[in-house]
Design a protein around this ligand. Structure first.
Ligand code: NDP
Length: 295
């Protein structure tokens, strides 16, 4: 029985973080500039607080400065916008990240639009997304999770050009930009979403599948073409009596089944997740270099 290669996102992310650490210290020594990332967290969602804490820790581990604005749930949109304009003007800040989701009384579009595109390290500003979609145009930043997916394909020497790729999910933050990136790499891309009938007919033709759905184990072994490469973005808690927490995290792809059919598969956890943070650090470094004309 064949078994696919495990795409080790944790190891690749570690390698990228080591590269970033070296570049950050080189920049500091050469021109005295330390890249800085500002994170804005509104409210007290536990998951958001955990993500923000992990991003801060990751910054520290590579020598990037991190600033944090922690605003109460009942803040006004104007207060958040004030923080953003402060960071927009602050020369020690090279990247600004607004942790989503925002409280429901705020207009997410207004807030994301306010981030200076030169500091939009999440790549969610419509100008950056628009440029990503256009031929001959270059975004200043590419969204971190889809960028991490493509980086994994590159580092595992998976060829993309001319291949059939299926992206499952079309969200602004993962599915849509992942499809745009694959197309920029000359794949022939189909996008499957909640209104697609018989999604398995599409996925069975795919040489590369990127799954970003939020449905535990949705993609079965029978959905996968033998030898395909599977990038699983999903992070879904499922009950697990044997775990002390009472739950475990699984992807959108049934991992055991995929391992029997595919040629390479990302695990959950330890696949795309660590890459997302590594790409955020990389985008912050890219921004600092660009602002200071370094290299
Ligand atoms: P969203 O909920 O914003 O989008 C989900 C997408 O999946 C939508 O486009 C939806 O279709 C589609 N979808 C939902 N159900 C089905 C179905 N049954 N069949 C086909 N398509 C379906 O989620 P995100 O894109 O934000 O996140 C997706 C997953 O990735 C989540 O599990 C999330 O936790 C994880 N994630 C992981 C990250 C990481 O760093 N590893 C980062 C970000 C997210 P429609 O548009 O029609 O509603």
């Amino acid at each position: 029985e064949s078994s696919a290669k495990v795409i080790d996102g944790k190891a690749v992310a570690k390698q990228i973080r080591d590269e970033i650490t070296a570049e950050v210290s080189k920049m500091r020594e050469a021109i005295g500039v330390i890249p800085g990332l500002a994170v804005i967290l509104v409210g007290d969602r536990k998951d958001s607080a955990t993500y923000v804490r992990n991003k801060k820790k990751a910054c520290e581990s590579v020598g990037i400065n991190s600033l944090e604005a922690n605003l109460p749930e009942d803040s006004t949109e104007e207060e958040v916008l004030n923080y953003i304009s402060g960071y927009n003007e602050d020369p020690s800040v090279h990247g600004i990240l607004v942790q989503l989701p925002l409280p429901s009384h705020m207009n997410e579009q207004n807030i994301l639009n306010a981030v200076r595109i030169e500091k939009d390290v999440d790549g969610f500003h419509p100008l950056n997304i628009g440029r990503l979609a256009m031929r001959g145009r270059e975004p200043l930043f590419v969204p971190c999770t889809p960028k991490g997916c493509i980086e994994l394909l590159h580092r595992y020497s998976v060829s993309i050009k001319g291949k059939r790729a299926v992206v499952i999910g079309r969200s602004n933050i993962v599915g849509m930009p992942a499809a745009l990136l694959l197309q920029r790499e000359d794949a022939t891309v189909s996008v499957v979403h909640s209104r697609t009938s018989n999604p398995e007919e599409m996925t069975r033709q795919a040489d590369i599948i990127i799954a970003a759905v939020g449905q535990a184990n949705m993609v079965k072994g029978s959905w996968i073409k033998p030898g395909a490469v599977i990038i699983d973005v999903g992070i879904n808690p499922v009950e697990d009596a044997s775990s002390p927490r009472g739950y475990k995290l699984v992807g959108d792809v049934c991992y055991e089944e995929a391992m029997k059919v595919a040629s390479a598969v990302t695990p959950v956890p330890g696949g795309v997740g660590p890459m997302t943070i590594a790409m955020l650090l990389q985008n912050t470094l890219i921004s600092a270099k660009r602002m200071h004309n370094f290299e």
